[in-house]
Design a protein around this ligand. Sequence first.
Ligand SMILES: Cc1cc2nc3c(=O)[nH]c(=O)nc-3n(C[C@H](O)[C@H](O)[C@H](O)COP(=O)(O)O)c2cc1C
Length: 334
Amino acid sequence: MKNVEETMVRQASRLAVAPMMDWTDRHCRAFHRVLSRRALLYTEMVTAQAILHGDRARLLDYDAAEHPVALQLGGSDPADLAGAVRIAADWGYDEINLNVGCPSDRVQSGCFGAVLMERPALVAECVAAMIAESPVEVTVKCRIGVDDQVPEEVLPRFLETVAAAGVTRFTIHARKAWLQGLSPKENRDIPPLDYPLVAAMKRAYPHLHLSVNGGIATLGAAQDFLALGLDGVMIGRAAYHDPYTILAGADATIFGGDPGPDRAAAVAAMRPHIARHLEAGGRLNQVTRHMLGLFHGQPGARAWRRMLSEGAAKPGAGLDLYDAAAAQVLARAA
Ligand SMILES: Cc1cc2nc3c(=O)[nH]c(=O)nc-3n(C[C@H](O)[C@H](O)[C@H](O)COP(=O)(O)O)c2cc1C
C-alpha cells in the first residue's frame, strides 16, 4: 500500500522536468514551479561523494515552494549512496533518484551513470542500500543500453534485476549512450531514439511505473505517450528553452488542473525570489539566466534576452534592470 505522499509524487511524475547539470539548480526550479504547480522537478545530479564530504547546505538546500522535488544522486558504491541518502533525508525531498544515464567522462571514470547499464546487479545493490535509508521512494533514471549492448535484451534484464531490489518507478531515456567517442552533448542527440522499446517495456511490466524521456518537445507529444499507456513523460531541453509553452501549459493539459499564470504574472511572481537572492548577496543573472526563454517566440523576446544576458551579470544589477526588461517586452505584447 503506497502512502499518500508517494501517490502524489507519482501523479506529479506524469510530467517531469529532467535533471540537468548546471541548469536545474534551485533558481531554475523556483521559476519552473511558478509556471507549473503540478509538474515534478528534479535537482541536478549530486554525487554521493559530494554529499558525504562537501558543503551540504549548498548542495541540498532548496525552497519549500519547489515541492514536489526529487533529488538525483550519482554514485556506484552502495555504502556511499546509503550514507548520502541518510544525510539528504533531513532535507525532505519527495523522491531520491539514481542516475544510470549520464555518459560524461568524469562520471564514467568513477564508474557511475550510464556505464552502470552494464552492471544491473551492482545497481540493485545500490538501490537496496538507498531504500533501506530512504523515507521516500527511490527511483532510477536509465538509458536503453550502452555501446554495443542489445537494448531488447539488456533493458528487460536491467528492469527486472533492479525491480527485484525494490525500485518500481523508472524513467527511461529512450536512447543508448555511446561511452566512447561521443561527447555528453552528442550522446543526447546522436544515438537514435527507440520509443517503441520503452512502450514495449510498459506492456511487458505493467506493474512498473515507467516514464519516457528523450526528444519530447511538445505537450501534445507528451499526451500521446500517456495515451499509449506510459505512466509519465520527462522533458529536459524543451522545458528549459521554452519553459512557458511546456510548463505553463502543463497543469491544464496534462493534469486537468487550472491554467498556469500568464507571462506577466510569472515575471511578477519571480520578484520576491529574486529580491531574496539579491539581499543574500547573490547576482541577478544567477536567477534570470534560467528565465531567458520565458518569452520564446514572442515579440520583444530578443530584447528581453539581450538586456538580461548583457546586464544581469554586472555587479549591482538588480530588480530595476529586471523590471525594465520585462516592461519593454510586455509593452510589445500589449
Ligand atoms: C545541460 C544538461 C545537463 C544534464 N544533466 C543531467 C544530469 O545531471 N542527470 C541526468 O540524469 N541527466 C542529465 N541530462 C540529461 C537529461 O536529463 C535528459 O535525459 C536528456 O536531455 C534527454 O531529454 P530531452 O531530450 O528532453 O532534453 C542533462 C541534459 C542536459 C541538456
